[in-house]
Design a protein around this ligand. Structure first.
Ligand code: FAD
Ligand code: UDP
Length: 403
């Protein structure tokens, strides 16, 4: 892998007389997995550009001034049910087993979320058994013909009171929308349990990269055929360097200059604090559904297992403006996305992959899975890609953007 910031003349040199076979926009999970596969499996020459000064996209991690490993873009916990995805990433990192636990601050108590037997017993001062909790939930659940929205899916399972205390406020803060205005899939990410399992995720693989995400990305991109340019918008280099095919992992509406209107993304402001104490809170994350402008506080040492006399935490403040972090799952946005997707499908020389490029609320493992599947499709077309004249990429891009 080349040095962190690479000026255009060095890229021009690195491309050699043949140019780059693939220009990859974005060095997050989507772009890095695509680059690794294309270089290692097909021997392709790959240029990865990212406008940020670092690898990893939103999964980037780094040490703060006190030497604590933190996630500048909010807490990232790896979990998956796919052995294929876990094994693939295991080529590039060792793992530290970690099971994430979250408490919600509700009515002066810190209670387990996802809602479980202890949540209900402690909130209401009851002593229910697991079967009794099942019957209790049935008695409070609201009947719904269809589970269309994020409100439906919760009230149909746990009823109005638990919905109001754990979901309504958090969701309104996080998305700036009422749960009734969001797809069911958003709150459906959080299960309900009648047992005492207090893990946030139930996936069969739950672990953190032992030396952090950034190290994992360095290893993914450490192939001699991969050339990296950071702090570079692809629009600066795509018209200047010869390439055959582009893999784009940024926001899809930005690629098309928002010609059908802006796709809504939810953003966050992060407040990082380093504190002169060994521990700040009892678990990795504490959620604040009903108080404060922030949604949650995460203490990184729980996630990383780092031993240190001090600790670092991050507060997340949701907002509309700022870097696009979350696609907003609701019907009207899916409809607008489909207009961009239809245009994307007409472009033979550009492949769209990743959370922002396919406007899907995907976790890291899903993005890796999507990239591996996309690579398999692209590999079938590789021969015809290699037959394309090098200049075609830049011309195609101009045609796509200026249409
Ligand atoms: P990104 O990481 O966004 O990478 C896209 C890259 O493209 C960026 O680096 C960007 O700079 C670059 N780019 C965009 N436009 C251009 C341009 N014009 N020129 C050059 N470069 C460009 N997932 C989990 O599995 N577990 C978690 O605990 C978890 N927590 C999360 C917490 C937060 C606060 C957020 C926001 C996300 C979380 N995720 C989590 C989701 C995870 O971040 C994503 O699934 C994953 O990082 C997406 O990877 P990606 O490559 O698709 O996109
Ligand atoms: N959610 C909630 N209360 C909580 C936790 C989650 O209402 O205590 C809702 C909220 O709408 C959130 C969604 O469930 O955006 C998904 O939660 P998750 O923790 O998966 O969000 P992410 O980690 O992706 O921000």
């Amino acid at each position: 892998m080349d040095s962190v910031i690479d000026p255009l003349p060095r890229a021009a040199q690195a491309q050699g007389p043949q140019g780059f076979d693939y220009l990859i926009v974005g060095a997050g999970f989507a772009g890095s997995v695509m680059a690794e596969r294309l270089a290692s499996q097909l021997g392709a020459k790959v240029l990865v550009v990212d406008k940020r000064p670092h690898l990893g996209g939103n999964a980037h991690d780094q040490h703060d001034d006190a030497g604590l490993l933190v996630h500048p873009y909010g807490p990232h916990i790896f979990h998956t049910n796919s052995a294929e995805i876990f094994d693939y990433l295991s080529q590039f990192t060792a793992w530290r087993p970690y099971q994430h636990r979250v408490l919600a601050s509700v009515e002066g108590q810190l209670l387990p979320i996802p809602i479980n037997l202890d949540t209900v017993n402690r909130l209401y001062g009851m002593h229910l058994s697991a079967p009794e909790m099942g019957r209790f939930l049935e008695s409070v659940a609201e009947r719904r013909e269809t589970l269309a929205t994020s409100e439906d899916v919760v009230v149909a399972k746990v009823g109005r009171d638990l919905y109001n205390k754990f979901f309504r406020g958090y969701t309104r803060k996080q998305w700036g929308l009422d749960p009734s205005e969001l797809d069911a899939s958003v709150t459906a990410r959080v299960p309900t349990r009648t047992n005492r399992d207090d893990r946030y995720f139930e996936d069969s693989f739950q672990a953190m990269p032992a030396q952090g995400y950034t190290r994992l990305f360095e290893r993914l991109l450490a192939h001699p055929n991969i050339h990296l340019m950071l702090q570079t918008d692809y629009r600066e280099v795509a018209p200047l360097l010869p390439w055959r095919h582009m893999v784009y992992t940024g926001p899809i509406d930005a690629f098309f200059d928002h010609r059908h209107g802006r796709l809504p993304y939810r953003s966050l402001a992060f407040r990082h604090e380093t504190l002169p104490q060994a521990q700040f809170q009892p678990v990795g994350t504490v959620n604040f559904p009903n108080d404060y402008a922030y949604t949650r506080v995460t203490e990184f040492k729980h996630l990383t297992g780092q031993q240190h006399a001090w600790t670092s935490v991050v507060y997340e403040y949701p907002r509309d403006e700022g870097a696009p972090y979350y696609p907003v799952p609701r019907a009207e946005n899916a409809q607008l996305y489909r207009r961009y997707e239809a245009e994307a499908e007409t472009l033979d020389q550009v492949t769209f992959v990743g959370r922002l490029a396919t406007y899907r609320y995907y976790n890291m493992d899903q993005v890796v899975g999507q990239a591996l599947a996309t690579f398999r499709r692209l590999a079938k077309a590789h021969r015809s890609v290699m037959e394309r004249p090098l200049a075609l990429g830049a011309q195609g891009l101009r045609a796509a953007v200026m249409r």
